[in-house]
Each structure stands twice: as C-alpha cells, then as structure tokens.
Design a protein around this ligand. Structure first.
Ligand code: ZN
Length: 493
C-alpha cells in the first residue's frame, strides 16, 4: 500500500470520525436547547399506546350523548345537575378510577317566565334570553322607547339621551374576549345613566334568530340577550329616524346558595404521589343548553384521558387528576374552591390543563408559564403528539376554572381545537401520521368561530360533536398528562 493511498485512507477515516463527532455533539446540543429534559425511554411507546386505545373506542362520545340526552341542561342548583354528577361518579368508579367529591356552595339563579315584544313601529314577538344574574321586572311589564348604541363610547356620547330608555347594544362580534364585555358590563353601564333595561346583541358571529345567554354583572335593571337579526333591525330603524318601542317581562330571581360538588377523578402516582398533574373541564351548563360543547365534551375528554391511562395498564409517576368543576358558568365557584381547599398542593402541581373551548379536532395546547417549561412542552409535543397533529404549544388563553391556580404560579394550559365548520380538514389519526398542514393560530382565533354559533344556546347539543374529534381530544390530553407526570422533575416555574 503506497503512502499516498494510506494518507487518503487516513484522511477519510478522520473525516468520518469528525462527522460522527459533529453529529453526536449536535444531537446533544439539540436535546439541551429544544427540551432540556430527557424523556423516559418508553415515552413514545406509551404515548402511542394511549393514542391507539383512544381511537379504538367510542365510549367518550357514547357517554356524552347519554348524559346530554338523558339529563339535559345541568344548571347550577338544579336536580338534573346533581343526577348527572351521580351518574358520572358511578361510571368513573367502574373505570377503576378513584373519585372524590369536593363540596362547593353555588349560587342559584332562576330564570322563570320571560318575554319581549317589539311594539313600534310594528308588533313582533322577539326571541330573547334573560342574562344570568339579572333581576326580574317585579311582576310588571317594562315598556319604553329604545336607544341603540354601537359601543361603550357611543353610549358615552349619547348618555344624556339614556334616561327612561331601554338601551340596546348592537355590537358586532370581533372575538369572544373582546365582545363579551358588553354582555357582562352593558347593563350596569346603561343603568348608571338611568336606563330601565338593557338588551344585548348575542355574543356570536352568526345568527339564526338564536339568543345566547351568559353571565351579566348584577344591577338593578333587567338584562336580556336578543338576536343578531333583531339588534341590527333596531339599529336600522333608529338610523332612518323610526321610533322603536319594546315591552319586556322577566321573573328572574336569585335564591340562597346551595351545595353541590366538584368531582375529582384520580390515578395515584407510583413515585411521587403527592405531586400532581391536572386536567379538567366543567360539568355545569346554562339552564337552556344541553351543554354538549360547553362543557360536557371538555369534562368528558379529561375523564377519558384518565380512563385511557388506567385501561392501558400505565402507571404515572405523579398523581394525575381529572377535575370536573361545577358552576363555571355563573360563578366559577368550583374552580375557586379547588384552588382554596388544595392550596397546599399547588406548589407541587406540575401543570393544570383545561378543555373549555369545544372538543373539535385538537391542535395542541396553549401555555402560560416559564419559557423553560414551554420549551420542554414544545419538545415533548413534537416527539409524542406530532404524529397526530396535536402537539403544538401556542397562545396563552386560559380557562376560568384553572385561572385560580394559575394566579398562584401553577403552569397552565388549555386544549386548543380547530372547528371543522370553518374549513379545516378531517383527520385520519391512526395511520399514516402526518404533520398538521394548517398554520398555528393566534389566541383570538381559538377556537375558530363555529363554537360561538352555539355557545350558551339551546343548540349546544351532541350532534355538533363527532366521536373522532372526542377520541382525538382525549388521546391528546391523555398523552400530555401522562408524559408530564413522568418527567424527571416538576415543570420549572
Ligand atoms: Zn364553558
């Protein structure tokens, strides 16, 4: 062998060794910068087990359909809510989950009979829903001329013209968080200037003469939701100088608080039983809504996430809890009570996740916490859920129930979903796995509008959801909570 050939061979060997060294050191660097944490050796296999278990059964859809069909609306203070909670408790126990009942005192608001009629320039029966927490009309019919305003600034400009009128807020839906202030604060602001009632255009981007209820800050004047169609018609009438007059009647009233409960479903951790990973949704709905989307689906996919872990024979290192909060809709007492009663566990809670923006095809989670924790979640999501398109971490939107934990520093997140009604493709989750072709959404776009077509209406029924979407949401939450529970440490604050 000549010297030149040996030199060439040596050079090639050196080059190969150098390339391997570069590759090895790059992958170490990638681990350190992307996730800064070592996943368990079987983490991917366990995640796939949960995913396949989820898509193998339609139990979560069947249970949700049964509950919404059988018990109907689950408003705080009603026997239907308590019956539904009894039923969930028994079912979860048959899944082998531990179930704790945490007492919660909840407000009791009663709608009673209610109506509103346009009486000038023509007579028309309106589709209306009193806003939660509103007072009634003391057995009287309130009849008055209408002042339509398009914003709080507009109300301010016309404040000298408010006294004795029914104020109609005709505000176009921008996003839920931006527009809902008119439902929450509209009546109290109108009352300050002497209005006799407030009517709020439903907080929705789309209408089929459907009123959407929701909470309103308590005031001394009655408050109702009206339809998009009526609100816009009153604005047109006012603009052309027609005098609009309405009569309305409400029996709404508030009773003393009653006792209800959060249900805490649990699998105890094998290594760190007093450290927690939390997922959840709320069991209550508005009095007129079956609450399949808001938030039966959210509560049930949280429950299903635990059932999948249990039925797959997996044992999380930390304790995983599905908290089914009560009274999110008109008081959020369930979320407050959990944060209060379990305050000593919050510093040992790795993350609190919630699903309360619909259970359509999931895209990932939002996250509110440290940058370091976010980079760990991004790494995990990519590794474990990238295959079914729901491993993204984007946005900071946080649900009401977990917000009381988040303010104490618990890392928090919401399940983010994409609504098929507004043009996202259907998924074929088990094979072949593919990356999501859709762009990441900003916080304001979560969830895409379809959820708010039905939110807080009689049309929030099970037919708006599909078994596949619920399976996908449960698989996603199951993988997130199981893998977070098995990290070497709590998520860094
Ligand atoms: Zn909700």
């Amino acid at each position: 062998m000549g010297t030149t050939r040996m030199m060439v061979l040596l050079n090639i060997l050196l080059l190969l060794w150098f390339q391997q060294w570069v590759q090895a050191s790059t992958s170490v660097i990638q681990m350190a910068t992307e996730g800064e944490i070592q996943l368990k050796i079987n983490a991917k296999g366990d995640a796939d087990t949960v995913i396949h278990a989820a898509f193998n059964t339609t139990i979560v859809y069947e249970r949700l359909a049964y509950m919404t069909d059988t018990f109907g609306p689950r408003f705080s203070g009603t026997p239907a809510l308590e019956s539904a909670l009894d039923w969930i408790k028994v079912q979860a126990q048959t899944d082998g989950l531990s179930v704790k009942e945490q007492p919660v005192m909840i407000p009791v608001w009663v709608r009673g009979r209610e109506y509103a009629n346009l009486i000038s320039p023509r007579r028309k029966s309106m589709h209306v829903l009193g806003l939660g927490g509103s007072v009634g009309t003391n057995g009287q019919i309130v009849q008055a001329k209408v002042l339509v305003v398009s914003s709080f600034d507009d109300l301010e400009r016309q404040k000298d013209n408010v006294k004795g009128k029914i104020v109609v807020y005709n505000v176009e839906f921008v996003s839920y968080s931006k527009t809902v202030v008119y439902r929450v604060n509209g009546a109290s602001k109108a009352q300050q200037y002497g209005a006799v009632a407030a009517l709020v255009r439903s907080i929705s981007p789309f209408g089929l003469q459907t009123p959407h209820t929701g909470s309103s800050e308590p005031t001394t004047i009655p408050a109702m939701a009206i339809t998009l169609e009526d609100a816009q018609m009153f604005a047109r009438m006012q603009a052309r100088g027609q005098e609009v007059e309405i009569e309305l009647y409400m029996e709404a009233h508030t009773l003393p608080d009653a006792q209800s409960r959060n249900l805490i479903l649990e699998i105890e951790g094998t290594h760190f039983p007093s450290e927690y990973v939390i997922v959840g949704g709320h069991t209550d709905s508005w009095d007129i809504a079956d609450g399949a989307m808001d938030d039966g689906g959210g509560a049930f996919v949280a429950w299903e996430a635990l059932r999948l872990i249990k039925s797959s024979g997996l044992h999380p290192d930390r304790t995983v809890r599905a908290i089914l909060y009560v009274n999110e809709e008109n008081g959020a007492r369930g979320g407050q009570q959990y944060a209060h009663d379990y305050s000593d566990t919050l510093s040992k809670t790795s993350i609190a996740l919630e699903s309360d923006v619909g259970t359509f095809t999931p895209d990932g989670i939002s996250f509110l916490g440290s940058t370091k924790a976010q980079s760990i979640l991004e790494y995990m999501g990519h590794q474990l859920l990238g295959g079914i398109g729901s491993g993204n971490v984007s946005g900071e939107g946080i649900g009401e129930d977990i917000s009381y934990m988040c303010v104490t520093g618990v890392p928090c997140g919401n399940l983010n979903v994409l609504d098929p009604r507004v043009g996202t493709e259907s998924n074929n989750p088990c094979a072949p796995y593919s990356q999501p072709p859709y762009p990441l959404l900003t916080e304001d776009e979560f969830p895409r509008d379809g959820y708010f077509w039905y939110h807080h209406t009689e049309a929030d029924t099970i037919d708006k959801l599909s078994p596949e979407q619920l399976q996908h949401a449960a698989a996603t939450l199951g993988v997130w909570i199981y893998s977070i529970a098995n990290l070497p440490t709590l998520l860094p604050r």
